[in-house]
Design a protein around this ligand. Structure first.
Ligand code: NAI
Length: 315
């Protein structure tokens, strides 16, 4: 446990999650936002989430929810957030110019030891940090949403990031209960979204070509692939489905290549195929006006799965 200070910039969805993760390990977090109303809403929401996590038995760390909450301070003064923080997590909207502006300001306030970490989902770390005096201290820590129930966090250094920054970011994320994954090269979409969009692209083509309905395509994931993927990735799946990777190659590599070569080129989602997907998925997920109900349904299942995974990993 530590009583060191961490600064969080931006108190929206992701800023709140990071704040909760850091205080769960005993850090003192100072959250900065340009909107006072956001800071007030963030504190209320974080308390609500802490209460819910406690009732689900998913509160992280050794501190009570009250102790965790006491370690959060909010401020409208950037300096108060930055000065004395050894780690800064930026969670402002996904706009390159905005992120560059925020980091330029932070760059002028920090010392050479501070780690500057961005939550960006898709902007490359070199694009954000280019030109900063302390660009060797810059890194991306991209969480999966919701971070408490899906702990994988992509850690993406720029080519000029000090290896020590990557190591310390990894150590911190592990300490707060996340599962950091190193992305060794900067690439558009990092890894999670590249995989997600590859799946989405093929599903879209199969629906467009009349091979499967949108609901049935989702069933293949939720009742098939997704069930395995909750516990292991495609390569361990392959390993176990044969006698290791070489045996898998001998049995399936030619067939896999043939099928992969039949995939069509990417296409922008739109038009009649998108209409079909919207109408069919609305039959299970409900109308958009009532989307909150289905989100609650989803969150209940994500929570139960997070508990199951935690219990399985304990034994
Ligand atoms: P959000 O819109 O919920 O929150 C952004 C917050 O930043 C707001 O409170 C806003 O007032 C504040 N803000 C705007 N300009 C600011 C400035 N100059 N200084 C300080 N605060 C400022 O956004 P969200 O969803 O939390 O996203 C933040 C970052 O996290 C984005 O880069 C996003 O791509 C990334 N991310 C989002 C995920 C998601 O599922 N929403 C998942 C993983 C990463």
């Amino acid at each position: 446990m530590s009583s060191q200070k961490i600064g969080v910039i931006g108190s929206g969805l992701i800023g709140r999650s990071f704040t909760m993760l850091f205080v769960s390990a005993g850090y003192k977090v100072v959250v900065f936002d340009i909107e006072q109303s956001q800071l007030e809403a963030a504190k209320k929401d974080i308390w609500k989430q802490l209460v819910a996590l406690e009732s689900q038995g998913l509160l992280r760390g050794k501190l009570t929810k009250e102790q965790q909450f006491e370690n959060i301070t909010t401020t409208s003064d950037l300096k108060e957030c930055i000065l004395g923080s050894f780690f800064i997590q930026e969670c402002v909207p996904e706009i390159l110019e905005l992120k560059r502006k925020v980091w330029r300001e932070v760059d002028s306030l920090i010392d050479a030891q501070t780690i500057m970490s961005s939550s960006t989902s898709a902007l490359l770390p070199s694009a954000i940090s280019e030109g900063l005096k302390h660009k060797n201290r810059f890194i991306v820590s991209h969480p999966t949403n919701p971070p408490f129930y899906a702990p994988a966090t992509e850690v993406v250094p720029a080519r000029w990031t000090d290896p020590e920054v990557t190591e310390r970011t990894f150590a911190l994320l592990k300490e707060v209960g996340q599962v950091p994954v190193l992305i060794k090269k900067e690439v558009d979409g990092f890894v999670l979204n590249r995989i997600q969009y590859a799946i989405m692209g093929e599903c879209y083509r199969l629906i467009r070509d009349g091979v499967v309905s949108p609901q049935d395509c989702d069933l293949i994931m939720s009742q098939g692939l997704g069930v395995r993927y909750a516990f292991m990735g495609p390569f361990e799946t392959a390993y176990l489905n044969a006698e290791g990777m070489y045996s898998y190659r001998d049995r399936y590599a030619d067939m896999i290549l043939g099928i992969q070569q039949s995939f069509g080129p990417p296409e922008r989602m739109d038009g009649p195929t998108l209409d079909l997907i919207q109408q069919d998925i609305a039959k299970v997920a409900g109308p958009v006006e009532d989307i909150g109900t289905r989100r609650q349904w989803r969150d209940k299942r994500l929570i139960a799965l997070a508990k199951l995974k935690r219990d399985m990993d304990k034994s």
